[in-house]
Design a protein around this ligand. Structure first.
Ligand code: ZN
Ligand code: ZN
Length: 140
């Protein structure tokens, strides 16, 4: 399916072709810290199928829990996370797999996760948010 991404300030926009059956939730500690939530929802897309339409993502490099170095792209103006991928030293440019952050995709509601990874650091209360019996409140 085609997905359309826009960061919060609108500076960075892209389209990508991705298989929704690979959508995944990551519970690793880095995703918790960097997303600001208890887990992160990710849609893998081939770099060749990613079309940046506007803006230039800022890059941040980290070493993941897996020991692999990772390149993380985000909007330098509003801070919205765009994707994480391998560093070009490990996988040649154009051949990488981008882990798109689904929250910024217009199609996020159609991307339920198919599996979970890094469940060792999974937050217990994030187990089943649909079972909450407190009144729902609208977000900001
Ligand atoms: Zn932005
Ligand atoms: Zn993670």
């Amino acid at each position: 399916m085609q997905v359309n991404g826009t960061c919060h300030c609108g500076e960075i926009t892209f389209t990508a072709e991705a298989n929704e059956s690979f959508s995944v939730i990551c519970h690793c500690r880095d995703c918790q810290v960097m997303s600001g939530g208890p887990y992160r929802s990710i849609l893998p897309a081939k770099e060749a199928d990613f079309n940046l339409l506007s803006g230039t993502p800022k890059l941040y490099f980290k070493t993941g829990d897996s020991g692999n170095r990772r390149e993380l792209a985000f909007c330098g103006d509003c801070g919205t996370h765009i994707y994480a991928t391998s560093v070009v030293e490990d996988v040649p440019l154009g051949l990488r797999m981008l882990g798109l952050r689904t929250g910024m995709l217009a199609e996020v509601a159609d991307l339920p996760p198919k599996r979970e990874v890094w469940c060792e650091s999974k937050v217990e209360w994030a187990q089943s948010l649909v079972s909450l019996d407190v009144p729902r409140q609208n977000g900001q």
